[in-house]
Design a protein around this ligand. Structure first.
Ligand SMILES: Cc1ncc(COP(=O)(O)O)c(C=O)c1O
Length: 401
């Protein structure tokens, strides 16, 4: 019996990770990779941050075991990350109406969330922002959801189109799932303000929608608590929602695959019941999570000195990105590159959208060896003093035609 492939033609490469493969194969010495969402320091490498180095040293000294973790992960990790998202004194943590499962990365959290929702009979419709991270539509449709989109950016591509976004959410059917980026919207770097979060929260209640918050960049925007301002709109007493967190970015633990799914329910009983179903989704998929990355995160968050070091490390990454935003805008303006660049200075997180055509993106790659995603999504952390001038010349050239 042959493999059940509908066609032997290869599947298309991943729109982001596939570009990295093309980048590796590119032999031009001054090529620049601004495609993958990975922090890069001024020397062009993705470092192991000092707090992680110290935590790993301590873990090595600790008598370890490679026995299985519980299906939903280590309890100390779960409570530490819950405190990080909501705050230890928050109503959500204090009331015990939330439960957490440790997952392999933020992607694992999203997939477990999708499986949990469909297995427990949720609406099969999920609303995604347009644009969004390309893995969202792929992941949720393969899990079994029908996809709908809500418009997100205004015509300039530099701000949220609040009217259109809220209008689309108002048209969702009761029970529909809505995916919201908690902060540092990928790909735009443009986030709702407090008033918009409040309005989203009202629509969620009125229309009885179920939010899934993808919170992959806590601390990469303006700060750990500042980036959790979405809570003001969604975390109302009794409101139920899911949060998918990633520790790939804020701990620079990309290849350790560490993340978490937290479910906030109306009360502790409903939360415990939800966790029992989450465990089935995990057990039938990858059985139980990997330990090492989560052990690092737990070690850091539960030790005051290490936690303080981590906050310094995180601020270093955040400030470098903010500095790069300013340097990019300054360089584009100084070179008279046509476009509205100033708002990029105030956007949040790793990404900015240059707003290019597919043809311009192809020219950046083919003529200049500058790799960007989709319609010109760039990883702002990917700039160094050495490569910024080349990127600005390339962008100016493709925009001016
Ligand atoms: C919006 C968004 N969600 C989730 C993830 C998943 O992160 P992880 O690498 O932890 O799976 C990413 C990573 O790029 C992301 O940008």
């Amino acid at each position: 019996m042959a493999l059940p492939l509908r066609s032997l033609s290869p599947a298309p490469p991943d729109p982001i990770l596939g570009l990295s493969e093309a980048f590796k194969a590119d032999t031009r010495p001054d090529k620049v990779n601004l495609s993958v969402g990975v922090y890069i320091d001024e020397t062009g490498v993705t470092p192991v941050i000092p707090s992680v180095q110290e935590a790993e040293r301590r873990l090595l000294e600790r008598a370890g075991s490679k026995g299985y973790l519980p299906i939903d992960g280590r309890p100390a990790f779960k409570s530490a990350v819950r405190d990080l998202v909501f705050g230890a004194d928050s109503e959500i943590v204090q009331s015990g109406r939330s439960v957490t499962a440790q997952t392999p990365g933020g992607t694992g959290a999203l997939r477990v969330a999708a499986d949990f929702l469909l297995q427990t009979g949720s609406s099969k419709t999920i609303w995604l922002s347009e644009p969004t991270w390309p893995n969202h539509p792929q992941l949720f449709s393969i899990a079994g959801f029908a996809l709908r989109t809500y418009p997100y950016l205004d015509d300039s591509g530099r701000g949220v189109d609040v009217g259109k976004m809220l209008g689309a959410l108002r048209s969702a059917a009761p029970g529909d799932v809505v995916l919201l980026h908690g902060s540092c919207h990928n790909p735009s770097g443009v986030d709702p303000d407090q008033d918009t979060w409040a309005a989203i929260g009202e629509i969620v209640v009125e229309r009885e929608l179920l939010p899934v918050v993808d919170f992959a960049y806590q601390g990469f925007g303006f700060g750990l608590r500042e980036d959790a301002d979405w809570l003001s709109g969604l975390a109302q007493p009794g409101q139920e929602f899911l949060v998918c967190t990633s520790y790939s970015k804020n701990f620079a633990l990309y290849n350790e695959r560490v993340g978490a799914l937290t479910i906030v329910a109306a009360d502790p009983l409903r939360a415990a019941s939800a966790l029992s179903h989450v465990k089935i989704a995990i057990r039938s998929n990858y059985s139980n999570p990997p330990a090492h990355g989560a052990d690092i995160v737990e070690t850091i968050l539960n030790d005051p000195a290490l936690r303080a070091q981590w906050e310094v490390d995180l601020a270093g990454m955040r400030n470098r990105i903010l500095g790069n935003r300013a340097a990019l805008v300054d360089a584009l303006v100084a070179a008279n590159v046509p476009g509205n660049w100033e708002p990029i200075r105030r956007q949040r997180g790793m990404f900015a959208l240059l707003g290019l055509s597919a043809e311009q993106v192809a020219r950046l790659r083919d003529e200049f060896g500058v790799y960007v995603v989709g319609r010109g999504r760039i990883n702002v952390a990917g700039f160094t003093a050495a490569n910024l001038p080349l990127v600005v010349v390339a962008v100016k050239s493709v925009i001016e035609g």
